[in-house]
Design a protein around this ligand. Sequence first.
Ligand SMILES: NC(=O)c1ccc[n+]([C@@H]2O[C@H](COP(=O)([O-])OP(=O)(O)OC[C@H]3O[C@@H](n4cnc5c(N)ncnc54)[C@H](OP(=O)(O)O)[C@@H]3O)[C@@H](O)[C@H]2O)c1
Length: 491
Amino acid sequence: MLQKVVRSAIIDAPIERVWTVLRDFNSHDQWHSAIETSHIEGGERSDQVGCVRNFTLKDGHHIREQLLTLSDREHQSTYCIVEASLPLQRYVATVTLKPVTDGNRTFWHWMSSFATPPGMERELHDTVAQGVYETGFEDLRRYLRGGADQRSRGAGPMPTALPVPTRRIGVARHGGPDVLWPQNAEAAAPGAGEVRIRQRAVGVNFIDVYLRRGWVPTMFPVSEGAPGVPGMEAAGGVLDVGPQVSGFLPGDRVAYLGPVPGAYCGVRSVPADWVVRLPPEIEDETAAALLLKGITADYLLHDLGHVQRGTRLLVHAAAGGVGLLVCAWARRLGAVVIGTVSSEDKARVAREHGCEHVIVTRDYRFAEAVQRVCGGADVVIDGLGDAARDENLAALARRGHWISLGQASGPLAPLAPDALVAKSLSFSRPVVFDYVATQAQLAERAQRVWQALADGAIRLPPIERFPLDAAAEAHARLESRASIGALVLLP
Ligand SMILES: NC(=O)c1ccc[n+]([C@@H]2O[C@H](COP(=O)([O-])OP(=O)(O)OC[C@H]3O[C@@H](n4cnc5c(N)ncnc54)[C@H](OP(=O)(O)O)[C@@H]3O)[C@@H](O)[C@H]2O)c1
C-alpha cells in the first residue's frame, strides 16, 4: 500500500527567492544538511524536465531522482526516485510554493507518496518526514538567512563558503575555436564585496572571440599553467555572498556584466558591483542574451549617437546580437534605419526588427547604396572594422559620426585626423564597460533594457543555445557569419 507524507512550513522570504533555490534541481547539496554531494547526469540543465540528479546522503546512501515537471507559473515541481540504496519504492514527490502576502513570506508544501517493504513503514515515513522535509525547511531558512546574518556581522565566512566544483571553458593558448577546452575546476568562495553565482545562461559576445584570438592580450593573458576563461556576462542564482555585500541574498535571481573575463563556467564569484537583480519576467536566457548587447544599444543610440526622429542611421551586422536591438530601438526613436547583412535570411530578420533599408553584401560594399537611399548616414554603428573602413568614410553624410565599436573583419588600421576633415566627420571608439562603471549606472541601464523589451521598443532577438561544453561550436558559428541574433551557453 502507498503511504503519504505531507509537510508544510512558512519561510520568511519572498516566493521568488525561495523558488530560485528550489527550482534548481541540483541546489540541494548547497542548503540541505543531509546531502553530501550531488550532480546532474549527462551535463543537462538542472531545471530541465527529465534531468536526473545523482546524489549521496551524509549517511552513505545513494539516490538518483528525476525531475518530472517544473512550473515557474505555479511555483511547483514534481520528481521521482529512479534508483536508491534506500528501500523507498514508487516514490513521487511534489513541492509547491504559495505567496503569503502578509509579510511577503512563502508557504512551502512538500508531499510524497511511496511504498516500502513490510515492516519498514514507520521508519521510512519518519526518515522522509523528519530527516528530509522538516530538516529541509530548517536548512533552507538558515541558508536564506546566511547572507543577511553575515551582512549584519560585517565579516567572516559563511558556513557554505567553500570552493564549489564547477565546469568551465579554459584557454591555454590563443587561437581558433579549438583552443576552447571544457574542464573541471573549482569556483572560489566569494571574497569581500563579492557574490557567488550559480550560472544558468552565459552570454556569448564577439569580444570573446577577440580575446580568444589574442587580439587584446593585456585583458586576456593565458598560459598552460593558468588558462584564461572567456566571457563577460551571465545570469543565474546567487549561491552565497561575501563580507561587506548588501542587497543580495542566496537565491536571488541575478545577471552580471563586467570588464574581467571569466563567465564561461557554471559557478563564479564576481564583484557585487557588476550584478543586478532580475525582475521575475526576465528569464535567465533572456538576460544573458540582452544585458551586454541591450546596454550597448542603449548607450550607442542615446548617449553617443543622439539618435532621434529623422536621424539617418547605418547599422552593420544588422541581424547580429547588437544589430537587431539597435535596429528596433532606433526605429522606435523615429530614425531612418539602414542595415548591412550578408544573406537574404538575415535581411528578412533585420526587416522584422525594424531595419527599413537592408543592404545585402558579403564584401563590405555599401557606400553607394547608402548614398542612394538617404544621401549619406548621420551616424554609422560599425562593428566590422578594417574591411569596411573606406566604405564607411564614403557612406557618411556631412558632419556624420562614425562609431567604431568592434572589428569583426579585423582591427581597424590607424585613422589619420585628415581622413575626417573632408566632411567634418567625428569618430568614437567606445566600450560598454565605461557606460556601466558603477553599480547604479549598471542597474539604471539594465532597467532601461528590460523596460524597452516590455514596451516593445526592442524585441527579443532569436537566441541560439549551446551547452557550455560546446563553446567552441558557438564561437565557430559566430565567426562563420551564419548566426542570427544572440548566442548563449547553458552550463
Ligand atoms: N564596444 C562595445 O561596447 C561593444 C559591445 C558589444 C558588441 N560590440 C561589437 O559589436 C559587434 C557586434 O557584436 P555581437 O556580439 O552582437 O556580434 P554579431 O553581430 O552577432 O556577430 C558579428 C557579425 O559581424 C558580421 N561580420 C562581418 N564580417 C565578419 C567577419 N569577417 N567575421 C565574423 N563576422 C563578421 C557578421 O554579420 P554579417 O554576416 O551579416 O555581416 C556577423 O554575424 C562586434 O564587432 C562587437 O565587437 C562592441
